[in-house]
Design a protein around this ligand. Sequence first.
Ligand code: FES
Ligand SMILES: [Fe+2]
Length: 405
Amino acid sequence: VTTEERDRRATRRSIGRQDWSSWPTYEASALGLPGRYWYPVMWSSQLRNKPVAVTLLGRPVVFFRDGGVPYALHDRCPHRGVPLSYGKQQFPGTLSCPYHGWTFDLATGVLRAVITDGPDSPLCGKVSVDTYPVAERLGMVWAFLGEGAGEVPSIDVAIPQELREHEFTMGGRIDVRRGGWRFAAENGFDEGHAKYLHRNALWRILKVMPTWTRTRVVAVDDGWITRVQDEVHWEAHFPGLGTFSGKRWWKRGGPKSQVLGASPSKAPSVDPVIAAMNVPGNQSIRVPGLLRIVHPRFIHYEWYVPSTEDEYIYVQLFVQFRVGMSALLAKLRYLLFVRWLFHGQFTGQDRWMVEAMHAPPERLYRPDISITRWRALCEASPKTGQAVIPPQTPAAGGPGLAEHF
Ligand code: FES
Ligand SMILES: [Fe+2]
């Protein structure tokens, strides 16, 4: 091998990945992972006796509430292709297309009447539109969608264990954002960016962010993978350039308050529910696109629900395990403060990056172990919508970076 050839190969290697063919399932998942899953769609309070049109996993879906019960149907009239969401209800238990009055049963999607063809229309019962299972949890309407057949698992499989087992108060935001659900999920679990991109966010104004870390990704229970920090550096000297540090006199934190790689469950002042969760690290993700950030006194969740190839429904939830008066105060704190600083400006920085990002090609770096482990999890994603525990990483060789990267 000549020097030139070696250089050429080295140069080519350093360019990075030209595509995502290492993760073919993931690469093909612009409209969601294979299999069927429960996805949150909108706040329950947004769904009333008026059709709501939503694009989910690239398909048009109309939601409608009747007698207090939410329904979801494929949003296209089989007659001439008009959206059923343009229509209205003429008879209980049904929705009528605005064009010629074809009238579909909300629960089954079967054509029950054709208003402009009289009561003896021969098409009744012979035509139908697809319906989707719908449920309500966490103050939201959920739909079960995707490719495949078989039993519909309980909505419980989509609800994190700690939210199934404890009382809590919550606040949140739901928006449609651009950039695609995969970039949003990768950004959510991205190890490297928070310390730099968010270093001056108002939400972090009083808290120092580390400069750099060494990180592992481990599989935990309930389907999650979690980032564990083996080293946290609060400043770094870059030879020939200078020192970088996020430390400022007005910011709390830093080496004195941070035990290396500590879990939020082991913080000095921790909510008892969060202490009992005993998480090894505070940032976790699971299929089909749910991020969980555990802090000592609250948990932040975000869902990335595929809409079109370039859009996703971004659901942010802020949970505190409080009841009674304490819950009211927590809710107030959310509305006055957290909603604007964290679910507004802070995750607005993420929106900015997710919209601007364009990959592949990409040249990943060491902290991107978080991204490659997430893609590997998606690659092996169960097709049932069930939360499944991924295989534990091998203990042999210790927790070094090399085995994961
Ligand atoms: S297009 Fe719907 S009734 Fe004709
Ligand atoms: Fe972020």
